[in-house]
Structures are given as C-alpha cells and as structure tokens.
Design a protein around this ligand. Structure first.
Ligand SMILES: Nc1ncnc2c1ncn2[C@@H]1O[C@H](COP(=O)(O)OP(=O)(O)OP(=O)(O)O)[C@@H](O)[C@H]1O
Ligand SMILES: [Mg+2]
Length: 505
C-alpha cells in the first residue's frame, strides 16, 4: 500500500508544530523519519495514526483520500502504530494486550483465551522471545514491553507500520531480531516508518530518510548516499562532533563501595567500588540485572544480603528517601513509569526532589530553583513554551531532558543515571555528556547504566559488564571497545587464565 501525506499543518495554540509537511512511503519500503527533539515527528505520526487531528492537509492510501478521526480508523485502514510512550495496559496479561479491541471469541461469544495465548506464543517463537503470554504486563521491564508492542503491531497484519523509537530500551541482540523481523515484513510488502535517534540504526535498516527540522521537511533521500554525520547535520543544522572525550583523570578517594550484594532473583554477589570524580559505566544485555542492582542500591527495591558503604560508612538504603539523604541521586530507566509525574507541570517535574542545596531553614528556595532551571533550559536546549505547561505537552526527548535536568542539578555524592539519553537527539546528547563531564570534574561520582556500547566508550573511565545477574568483567583503557564489551555481555571471557581458563573458553 502506498501512503502519502500532503501539506500537513498542525499547531498547538500559538506553537506551529508542522508547517506544510508532505511525505510518502511506498509498498515494502523502510523509511526513516528523523529530526531533533521537538521537530514534530511524533505529531506527524499521531496524525497518521488517528490520535491527533491535523489543522489542514490530506492523507492518501493508494491514491485514495482517507480521513482518520480516531485510532480505530487508521488501524482499520491497515496502519499499525508502535507508540513512543508505550501503550500497554499494566493490569492485563500480555496476551490480552496483544488482542486489545480485537479479541478472539469462541462460537458462544466468550473470550477464546486458549487461542489468544496460542497465537501470542506463535509470534514470540517466531522472533525468538522467551516470554510467557500469561505474564502480567506490569511485571515486564521496559525492554520487554517494547518487544510486546512490536509483536502486537506485527500480529495485526498491517500494510504500514509506524515505529516511533521502538529500540530505546533494547539491547543489540534484540534490536537485531527486530530488524530481521522488519526485513521479513518488507519482503511481504509492508511499508515501515522508522523513527530513531540512533543514526547507525537508520543506516543499517532504512532505505530512505526524511528529516524534519522545526516542523518542516528539510531533507530527504537515499540512505546509501549519506553517512551518519550527514544525517546529524541535516537534523541539527550544524556539524555534530563525535570524537572520543579525553580527560585528565585525577580521581579522588573511594566514595561508594558495594559488597556481595545479592537479590532474590535479579543479581547475586555483586561487589564494586567507585571513586570521587569517576564516571563508571555499567552495561550488559537484557536480563543482566543492572537496573535492579541500582534500584536496590537506591532503596527502590529490596536486596536479600550484602552491604553498601558511602564515604567509608555503612549505609542502609531501606527507602529512596533515605538514599537521597545519604547523598545518592538516581535517574530511573523508564521515564514514563518512574521518571515523570503526568499530573504535574514542567517546572514541578523538574523540582520534585527537594534538595538541601535549595533549602533555607527547611523551605525550598523556589526562586533560586527557578533560576537554576532557567539555565538548564538553555544548556540542555529544552524546547518548551512555558514552564507551567503540562509535562505532556513536551516531546519525548524534551521530557527526558527535564527529568535529567532535575538530577543533574541535585548535587549528590553519587549520581546514578539509568539510560540517561534515551530518546535524546544527537546534538542534545553532546550537551548532556558535557554536563556529566563537568559534574565529574566537581568530584561527583557518576554511574551510567546504558546498553549502548558507544555511549559507554565515549563517556566512561571504566565499565563493568554484567551477564545474567553477575559481573562478568570490567573494561578500561584499551579493552574499552565494543568487541570486548560484547564478549563479556554475552557471557564470554577476554583472556584464558592459566589454571582455570579452559572451561571458559
Ligand atoms: N499535546 C501537546 N500539547 C501541546 N504541545 C504539544 C503537544 N504534543 C506535542 N507538542 C509540541 O509539538 C512539538 C513537536 O513535538 P513532537 O512530539 O512531535 O516532537 P518529536 O519530533 O517527536 O520529538 P522527540 O524526538 O523528542 O520525540 C513540540 O514543541 C511539543 O512541545
Ligand atoms: Mg517523538
């Protein structure tokens, strides 16, 4: 099916978000839609998905004009939409989510649970996902939710699939599986619109690219004719540097030490330490336990045994409030569920943690904090109208910048950042890296959890690699490369030690 969107205009109040955008996708084509945070990508796709109404413009499917007033209209026309902010219902099991609104019924009109479970199993098998369809969605972590969303879209037998940042929480093997699936779909004539800030993904899977900047289509063409630097330049309008940071490492004393930390199921016997001013990376694949590990250290989850020392003193982080008091900061890995508070405005979201830094006699100095946030809006280039607007009015990447801003200004002793640049565009990533480096210069210890090897390599002094809930290895210096990281992440060893090596080989 051929899709065309012609002369699309859309404003939110006085904010003109799409200005005369025209795009088209051919049958069996994988097309990237890229652009800076707030450029209008999700808005354009929400119009195509029947979620938002355009102010003016036309949509054609196979040269026939169509009108989408609600998501069901778009779906009925054969368009499946994987949303940037995942759309699953936590209180239902996976299989019911897979068939939401299109439940399979028995002849007597009851829900055919067996059949829905079977069908779900089939598709999981096809893409090699080890998930039980009966699991409640609330018990899944973000990566698995993303996978379920993708499977759901595939199961709809759509002719066009919109993927709005489907890979933000996935690790390399899963991304590869998703790509293989996309290739199969393409062979069956499905057209795919793929939104991602990871430009190497665009290079790998897409044939054509379309670039939005400030609500206008500024570039389009064949992917084979460009490289990632070109794409980055089209997006932001200037050259984005991508060289390795080199910094003078003068690390301070040890600040955080973790000994033999063990969790009922997610990780076991974890020991490591971090120094003041150090940037430590923690990476691995899905199921490595890193998010659970740091949630436990921060008091958001219970561990069964082990000890945590801060500044040489044993601490008990039995709650997150306690952890904050001790001087730990923690940006959660899943923005939608743990990072933002939907009913609060932008400024409130940027100031939910009340820090001693702004408190005068127990009252937070709101004015001081407003000034500080004002500076961050500039340095992180947060695109917003008014700080009193709802957090929902921001694009995904800008929401991420707001939650990040809060933690970057929190001035803790140890700052834990889980997937800090999820959904953030290439230019803004550099701004964030700069700020993280500055904080390290100020002697704050920083721990970066990320599944992007490139991010770890660029930013961190050293990294621990986890595999199935334990530390598989550590990389630094010349071992700090994608190959060695991946080797540990998949359970391998770097060198074979003389006595015991052979069994690892
Ligand atoms: N519901 C809304 N109300 C008001 N403004 C909105 C709303 N949704 C989006 N906007 C504004 O529209 C602009 C484009 O947002 P959009 O979500 O389309 O960006 P995007 O290109 O998807 O960015 P990102 O890469 O960060 O996801 C932004 O300036 C945003 O603030
Ligand atoms: Mg978006």
């Amino acid at each position: 099916m051929k899709l065309e969107m012609r002369n699309i205009f859309k404003s939110f109040g006085s904010n003109e978000v799409l200005k005369d955008v025209s795009i088209s996708i051919n049958e069996g084509e994988i097309c990237a839609l890229i652009g800076e945070n707030g450029a209008g990508k999700s808005t354009l796709m929400n119009i195509l998905g029947g979620v938002l109404k355009m102010d003016s413009g036309l949509i054609y499917l196979d040269d026939k004009e169509v009108e989408f007033n609600k998501p069901a209209d778009s779906l009925d026309a054969g368009i499946a939409f994987i949303h940037q902010e995942l759309n699953l219902i936590n209180d239902l099991p996976i299989y019911e989510n897979m068939f939401l609104g299109r439940e399979i019924k028995t002849k007597r009109g009851r829900l055919d649970l067996e059949k829905m479970i079977k069908e779900t199993e089939k598709i999981f098998e096809k893409i090699n996902v080890d998930l039980n369809p009966k699991t409640m969605v609330r018990d899944l972590d973000t990566s698995y939710k993303q996978i379920v969303e993708i499977c759901k879209a595939i199961m709809m037998n759509a002719s066009i699939i919109i993927m709005d940042e489907p890979t933000t929480s996935l690790t390399e093997p899963e991304i590869e599986r998703v790509f293989n699936m996309m290739r199969t779909l393409k062979e069956h004539g499905v057209g795919i619109i793929f939104i991602s800030h990871k430009l190497n993904e665009v290079m790998e899977i897409c044939e054509r690219y379309m670039v939005l900047r400030d609500g206008k289509l500024v570039a389009e063409g064949e992917v084979s004719q460009v490289n990632t630097d070109d794409l980055a330049r089209f997006m932001v309008g200037y050259d984005v540097r991508t060289e390795q940071f080199s910094r003078d490492k003068s690390l301070g004393d040890e600040i955080l030490r973790v000994e033999n930390l063990t969790h009922p199921d997610a990780f076991r016997d974890i020991s490591f330490s971090v120094k003041k001013g150090e940037i430590l990376g923690v990476t691995g694949l899905l199921g490595d336990g890193r998010s659970e590990l740091f949630r436990s250290i921060f008091g958001a989850e219970k561990f069964s045994s082990g000890r945590i020392y801060l500044d040489g003193k044993k601490i008990n982080t039995y709650s997150t409030t306690q952890a904050l008091k001790e001087g730990l900061g923690y940006l959660p890995g899943n923005r939608k569920e743990n990072g933002i508070i939907k009913d609060m405005n932008i400024f409130e979201n940027a100031s939910v943690v009340t820090w001693p830094k702004y408190a005068k006699y127990g009252v937070i100095d709101k004015q001081k904090h407003k000034e500080m946030f004002g500076e961050q809006i500039k340095s992180l280039r947060i695109k917003l109208e008014k700080v009193t607007d709802s957090i929902n009015s921001l694009s995904g990447g800008n929401q991420q910048k707001v939650v990040l801003a809060k933690w970057l200004s929190s001035n803790p002793k140890v700052l834990i950042l889980d997937n800090p640049t999820q959904g953030v565009d290439v230019g803004a990533k550099e701004d964030i890296y700069d700020i993280i480096l500055e904080l390290a210069e100020e002697n704050i210890a920083i721990i970066i959890l990320s599944s992007e090897a490139q991010e770890i390599i660029r930013l961190c002094d050293r990294a621990i690699v986890m595999y199935h809930g334990k530390i598989q290895g550590e990389v630094s210096g010349e071992n700090m490369n994608e190959h060695d990281i991946m080797r540990y992440a998949t359970g391998g060893e770097l060198r074979i030690s003389q006595e015991e090596g052979m069994e690892h080989a």
